[in-house]
Ligand binder design. Structure first.
Ligand code: MG
Length: 155
């Protein structure tokens, strides 16, 4: 059994889509990044790669590489799932938390879990996504950015 941890942060800005767990969420701001800046999927990928002892997403999908400009993070997750299979791992479970003051994420969480589970080829019960506000404290609490944590077990 191997444990992995992932953490990511992206800045919120106007004029960008808000994509979390592959879900396009209506909001006045979106996350800034070279890819679609899906902070949740980035944390999940780094947890999986971490558990494998593999290089992190910054090395795997460099933000200097034009190939990843505007990249769909679900496509990048597909690649991480392939690496898992190539190395002979199966996913026990992944558990993630998104830190965001707004908007309300609860209505979108079932779709996020389904998207991630589908790409990883596991059941929805193996992929948990939670969300919390930060009581208006810090950069996540002031709506300047979002962060995500993820842990996973690989078998
Ligand atoms: Mg990121």
């Amino acid at each position: 059994m191997r444990i992995g941890h992932g953490y990511d942060v992206h800045r919120l800005t106007e004029g960008r889509k808000l994509i979390l767990g592959g879900v396009d969420i209506p909001y006045e701001k979106g996350l800034l990044g070279h890819s679609d800046a899906d902070v949740l999927v980035h944390a999940v990928m780094d947890a999986l790669l971490g558990a494998m002892g593999a290089p992190d997403i910054g090395q795997l999908f460099p933000d200097k590489d034009p190939a990843y400009k505007g990249a769909d993070s679900m496509v990048l997750l597909t690649r991480v799932a392939e690496i898992m299979r190539e190395r002979g791992y199966t996913l026990g479970n992944v558990d993630a938390t998104v830190l965001a003051q707004a908007p309300k994420l609860a209505p979108h969480i079932p779709a996020m879990r389904e998207n991630i589970a589908r790409v990883l080829g596991v059941s929805v019960e193996q992929v948990n996504v939670k969300a919390t506000t930060e009581e208006h404290l810090g950069f996540t609490g002031s709506d300047d950015g979002m962060a995500a944590h993820a842990v996973c077990l690989l078998l």
